[in-house]
Design a protein around this ligand. Structure first.
Ligand SMILES: Nc1ncnc2c1ncn2[C@@H]1O[C@H](COP(=O)(O)OP(=O)(O)OP(=O)(O)O)[C@@H](O)[C@H]1O
Length: 253
């Protein structure tokens, strides 16, 4: 029971209990523009520590823009994205990585002129707790022994592994993953899925933009459905099968 008036110790306990219950990320009324083009119209969702949450929806629904808004790389934003108590909309884009947020873009961003190892070592480690190179090779065995292979000699799936591994080395513990399975062979999708489940078991928090529902369902706790720049539904992973018709209507399948 809290004591009143609260002592510094009890006030801290109350604050810590409140923080433990609060979402790690709470997005409220997020709007975003590319130039004059208004593409997000009030996105609301939250993510708790250790959760894997997906953003799903038709092409152009605003999934990528939502991720890009969190890290500050769209033209103009409005609303609030409260992360560990701070509004990301007020954090300069170059400081977001220092908060432990890592972004893996759909296009992966592997440097063709750099080797696998150089790509892995390229971003600085912003936070303690980042994975060592050997740990990354343990998570993605396809990359092992490929230190001096140039980035572009990797398959699409291996480049995706490298893009994820590179972010894990920075110490990020909140990962924004944009369509990691796009254009990738099924056997590699399985391996990426297995790696993401290991990361989830280690307590990593992940927002996954994904069109591949089978893949999403194998990892996620909850799914948010986006349509025309808004969140129109939220479905827990346990309820996914029972709501497939509804979901397919949103996706136009
Ligand atoms: N750089 C840009 N400049 C102008 N408009 C853009 C830009 N990028 C995206 N858009 C537009 O913003 C809207 C949302 O796009 P976004 O990429 O966020 O959708 P998405 O749900 O991720 O879909 P997809 O799976 O096709 O990437 C779309 O209408 C798209 O055409």
């Amino acid at each position: 029971m809290p004591t009143f008036p609260p002592t510094a110790k009890s006030a801290r306990r109350i604050w810590e209990a409140a923080m433990a219950e609060a979402p790690l990320l709470d997005v409220k009324g997020l709007e975003a523009w590319y130039g004059e083009s208004h593409v997000l119209h009030g996105i609301d969702f939250d993510v708790r520590k250790g959760e894997v949450v997906t953003l799903i929806g038709r092409n152009g629904a605003g999934k990528t823009t939502t991720l890009r808004s969190l890290i500050g790389v769209v033209g103009k934003r409005r609303g609030a994205c409260i992360y560990k108590g701070a509004d990301l909309l007020k954090v300069a884009p170059h400081k977001v990585a220092r908060l432990g947020i890592g972004y893996v873009p759909e296009e992966r961003g592997i440097f063709s002129s750099l080797t696998v190892l150089e790509n892995l070592l390229f971003p600085p480690a912003w936070q303690a707790g980042g994975m060592a190179v050997d740990e990354i090779y343990g998570l993605f065995p396809n990359l092992k022994g490929r230190d001096s292979t140039s980035g572009t000699r990797l398959s699409g799936g291996e480049q995706q592994m490298l893009a994820i591994g590179r972010i894990l080395r920075t110490g990020a513990d909140f990962i924004l993953l944009d369509e990691p399975t796009e254009g990738i062979a099924p056997v590699i999708i399985e391996e990426i899925g297995a790696a993401l489940r290991i990361l989830k078991d280690r307590g990593m928090t992940i927002i996954l933009v994904e069109q591949n529902l089978r893949f999403a369902a194998s990892i996620a706790d909850r799914h948010y459905v986006l349509d025309q720049g808004k969140v129109v539904d939220e479905i827990s992973n346990n309820a996914l099968d029972a709501n497939m018709d509804r979901l397919n209507r949103y996706l136009g399948v």
